[in-house]
Every structure is written in structure tokens, then in C-alpha cells.
Ligand binder design. Structure first.
Ligand SMILES: C[C@@]1(CC(=O)O)c2cc3[nH]c(cc4nc(cc5[nH]c(cc(n2)[C@H]1CCC(=O)O)[C@@](C)(CC(=O)O)[C@@H]5CCC(=O)O)C(CC(=O)O)=C4CCC(=O)O)c(CCC(=O)O)c3CC(=O)O
Ligand SMILES: NC(=O)C1=CN([C@@H]2O[C@H](COP(=O)(O)OP(=O)(O)OC[C@H]3O[C@@H](n4cnc5c(N)ncnc54)[C@H](O)[C@@H]3O)[C@@H](O)[C@H]2O)C=CC1
Length: 212
């Protein structure tokens, strides 16, 4: 069954990760690019996780002990990645009772959300899922797509985003606005950037064409 990709703003949200092993570390690393406040609960963590904690500037913290049910208080989402399968299942049950989204690395049926394979460039995110049937295939597709996507699109998206207000203020027609944004995108990809001066000129030109 295919999963629907809701894109969620998790900046500043509370994330609890139970376990500090390889899987926990991989999930923490993925999430950290999106700015949540992560708490890891685990009696032990890998050296890689320890490094992430030290370098996180307080965004990733560690409770050095076994998981307790009360760790779920005030959490927005949870990842159960301990080596104790029974505990992971129990965490999933507690989360579902509290309507907290939960991911259990080793048991898909216990997940209310799953991780995609990700390509990220600034505000642009490409997420790939196989609905859980073949994670290695999601990984393969990610590598293929990475090769196909031009570099620097995150910067371009940011630039085009900064012209949105100007276009909306100056151009009433939805039709003309759409044409402007499509041209900006095509030209921006061709040139690798699109300056404010070019944006202003394009607006004037499209408005003049439209008035003809
Ligand atoms: C359901 C899901 C839940 C979740 O983890 O969220 C899940 C579950 C499981 N993964 C397993 C194994 C592997 N996982 C990977 C890799 C990734 N797995 C990821 C996601 C997901 N894995 C979710 C579904 C994603 C989808 O829809 O496709 C990725 C995309 C993202 C990430 O993990 O962050 C990341 C690629 C990251 C990247 O490249 O960017 C590899 C390949 C490799 O490592 O090269 C293998 C070994 C090969 C194999 O077994 O297929 C096992 C069996 C464990 C066992 O029995 O040993 C289970 C459990 C089960 O199948 O029930
Ligand atoms: N390694 C992999 O690529 C994959 C692993 N899995 C499954 O995910 C789970 C985690 O895997 P790994 O990270 O490789 O294991 P790991 O052995 O590296 O890490 C397990 C972590 O859980 C912690 N832990 C154990 N009991 C705990 C408790 N009561 N409370 C809090 N933390 C506790 C340990 O201290 C350790 O940090 C396992 O069940 C594994 O079968 C699933 C998919 C892929």
C-alpha cells in the first residue's frame, strides 16, 4: 500500500528517540537538518551519536538511562529504536493511546509514520518511499535522482521565493503571475540564478504583453 507524503514543519518540535544505536543515530542525523529538539533516551549511545550530541548546540540532548513511559510527556513525535523489540512495541502502543506519531524501526505495522529516503537542498526536499516494501530500492532511487537533479536548486528556490510578494503586488492576473513564475523558473534553472533586476524586467515585459 502506498503512503501519502505529508510534508510537515518540525522545526522546534519535540522529538523523543528511544535507543542510541546505529538506527537511532541515522534517524537523528536525518531529522537534524529539519530543526526539531531531539531527546535521546538510552543507557548507551554510539560514539557517532555522542559526537552529534556535542556538536548540536543543545538541539540534541541525552538522558543516560532506560526509557520510561513518562519520557513521552510533551513529545510531538517519537522514534522507538531500542534493541528490545518488546519495548519498541510497547512504546508504539503508548504513543498511539496518546495520539503521538510514532516510528518503530524494526516493525512497520507499529509505525504511524515511516521515513523516506531523502534528498535535501535548502527548502527543497525530495522524499522517496516504497510503502515499506523495499527500503533498498528507495535508497537506489535516491542515488539515481541525485544524479539527475541540478546542483544549487535550493538557492534558486529561495531566490524565486523572495520575489513572490513583489509579483503578487504588481500583477493582478493569476494567469500572468503563473506565466511569470514559470518563465523565472525555466530561466533560473538555465542560468543557475535569477536576479531581482531580471525579475523586475520580466514583470514589466509580461504586463506590457498582456495589455496588448
Ligand atoms: C518501513 C521503514 C520504517 C522506517 O525505518 O521508517 C523501514 C523498515 C525496515 N528497513 C529495513 C532494512 C533496511 N533499511 C534500509 C534503508 C532505509 N530504510 C529506510 C526506511 C524504512 N525502513 C521505512 C520504509 C521506507 C520505504 O517506504 O521504502 C530509509 C529509506 C530511510 C531511513 O531509514 O532513514 C533507508 C534508506 C536511506 C537512504 O538511503 O537515504 C536498508 C538498505 C540499506 O541500508 O542500504 C535495509 C536493508 C535491506 C532490506 O532489508 O531491505 C528492515 C529490515 C530489518 C531486518 O530485518 O534486518 C525494516 C523492517 C521491515 O521491513 O519491517
Ligand atoms: N541496523 C539496521 O540497519 C536496522 C536495525 N533494525 C532494528 O532496529 C533496532 C535498533 O537497531 P540498532 O540501532 O542497530 O541496534 P543497536 O544495538 O545498535 O542499538 C540499540 C540501542 O538501544 C538501547 N537500549 C536497549 N535497551 C533500552 C531501553 N530499555 N531503553 C532505552 N534504550 C535502550 C541500547 O543502549 C542501544 O543504544 C533493532 O531492533 C534492529 O533489529 C531495523 C532496521 C534496520
Amino acid at each position: 500500500m502506498a503512503y501519502f507524503p505529508f510534508f510537515v514543519d518540525i522545526e522546534g518540535k519535540g522529538c523523543l528517540i528511544a535507543g542510541g544505536g546505529t538506527v537511532a543515530c541515522r534517524k537523528a542525523l536525518t531529522l537534524m537538518d529539519y530543526g526539531p529538539d531531539i531527546i535521546v533516551v538510552s543507557p548507551q549511545v554510539t560514539s557517532e551519536m555522542e559526537r552529534l550530541i556535542k556538536e548540536s548546540g543543545g538541539k540534541l540532548t541525552w538522558r543516560c538511562r532506560e526509557f520510561e513511559e513518562s519520557d513521552l510527556e510533551n513529545m510531538d513525535f517519537v522514534i522507538a529504536a531500542t534493541s528490545d523489540e518488546g519495548l519498541n512495541r510497547q512504546i508504539s502502543i503508548w504513543c498511539r493511546e496518546r495520539k503521538i506519531p510514532v516510528n518503530v524501526a524494526d516493525i512497520q505495522e507499529e509505525c504511524s509514520f515511516i521515513f523516506p529516503a531523502l534528498i535535501k537542498d535548502g527548502g527543497i526536499t525530495v522524499g522517496i518511499s516504497t510503502g515499506g516494501s523495499a527500503p533498498a530500492l528507495a535508497h537506489y532511487l535516491k542515488e539515481k535522482l541525485k544524479e539527475a537533479i541540478p546542483k544549487g536548486l535550493g538557492g534558486l528556490a529561495n531566490q524565486l521565493g523572495s520575489y513572490r510578494e513583489m509579483v503578487r503586488e504588481r500583477v493582478n492576473s493569476h494567469h500572468v503571475r503563473r506565466s511569470i513564475f514559470r518563465t523565472m523558473t525555466e530561466e533560473g534553472i538555465r542560468q543557475g540564478k535569477y536576479t531581482r533586476e531580471q525579475a523586475e524586467e520580466l514583470i514589466e515585459r509580461k504586463l506590457a504583453e498582456h495589455e496588448k
